[in-house]
Ligand binder design. Structure first.
Ligand code: BMA
Length: 340
């Protein structure tokens, strides 16, 4: 394990910003395992057909609230169209999903219809929760909305032009500006994709676009495309970013998970990046399902006191699953990787 760079005692695990979260869902690494990221033994935590018209819940976003957890969930309905639902949980494991779709309204309070909505991310900035998701512009693009109470949801201006997916806000302003990761794409099952960062002074007008990371032809698991996953995690060493990487096989795309460390002041600078995936589809609920061989992380909870991280990911576009890791181990692994 490397010594912390923040001046704290060597061996300390306090290497993640943010509050303590003593009720973070957690299981220790299984005995005998050497995995840096390990699965919750009772996965999946949300199985098929959880409520009414909803057939599958996956690729979803959760945050802590006072005494519990709240989330915005991707729910594919029985007509196969995805939409967003609120969910609540006392322990981050057992979720009660609202059967009603999130009722987006515009700034004037008028209802905004959605053709579809998927792959949400959720972040609190200065007391407001912001949701980013994939929206119809027409064609896939990034949508941005906000809520103060998870009851009233206001859809804001779309940050970027179509086509684009995997919009992920940083949890604080950087150099005074909001920052957003995204993955420019096409209107179909895109065969390419790199991660860019864009900036805004006001969450309405976006610019200063910079390339962050590209797919890597020499690292086959991420040779087709990559896209940001959970909201970046602030550490003294940089922004810890878990992302998905995709390979094209003779049976189609396979989605795995890697990690990178971005410069705190200039997140277009990649400091370190994993060479191998940290999580790949292996469990039966990841290799079999509506879309086989997909692990797709959209949220991570952290506990500053212990450095524990709980990653929520979609499994095979069918169920919601959990995995765990320790921030100091992931940072040590990244720092041991060859510099980019
Ligand atoms: C992407 C998105 C994700 C999905 C993945 C694998 O294009 O639609 O929601 O998990 O494909 O099907």
């Amino acid at each position: 394990m490397t010594a912390p760079r923040d001046g704290s005692a060597a061996g300390s695990v306090r290497r993640v910003a943010g509050p303590d979260l003593p009720n973070l869902p957690w299981q220790d690494r299984p005995k005998g395992s050497t995995e840096l990221v390990w699965r919750f033994r009772a996965n999946p935590i949300i199985d098929r057909n959880p409520i009414g018209q909803v057939a599958r819940v996956f690729n979803s976003a959760v945050v802590p609230t006072e005494g519990g957890f709240v989330g915005v969930f991707r729910a594919d309905h029985r007509n196969a169209r995805p939409d967003l639902h609120v969910g609540r949980s006392a322990d981050g494991l057992r979720w009660t999903l609202d059967p009603k779709v999130i009722p987006w309204q515009d700034e004037a309070g008028r209802a905004v219809p959605n053709r579809y909505a998927y792959d949400p991310r959720l972040v609190a900035i200065d007391g407001t929760h912001y949701v980013t998701w994939c929206d119809d512009f027409p064609g896939p693009s990034i949508a941005l909305g906000r809520t103060l109470d998870f009851r009233t949801f206001v859809k804001m201006e779309r940050p970027l032009m179509p086509y684009n997916r995997n919009g992920v806000l940083f949890p604080r302003r950087i150099g005074g500006r909001y920052a957003l990761l995204s993955r420019p794409s096409d209107a179909g099952h895109t065969q390419f994709g790199d991660i860019v960062v864009s900036y805004s002074p006001d969450l309405t007008y976006w610019g200063g676009h910079r390339l962050v990371m590209q797919r890597r032809p020499d690292s086959w698991w991420e040779s087709t495309k990559i896209g940001a996953g959970p909201v970046p995690i602030e550490t003294p060493a940089g922004w810890l970013v878990f992302y998905h990487g995709v390979i094209t096989t003779c049976n189609g795309f396979v989605y795995s998970v890697g990690a990178a460390l971005l410069d705190l002041e200039d997140p277009s600078r990649v400091l370190h990046r994993t060479r191998d995936h940290l999580l790949a589809p292996e469990a039966p609920y990841e290799t079999c399902g509506f879309v086989p061989n997909v692990v797709f992380p959209c949220a991570a909870l952290t506990d500053a006191a212990t450095g524990r991280i709980a990653i929520y990911y979609g499994a095979a576009d069918t169920t919601t699953a959990l995995a765990f890791c320790q921030v100091d181990e992931i940072l040590a692994h990244l720092e041991a990787a060859a510099p980019i």
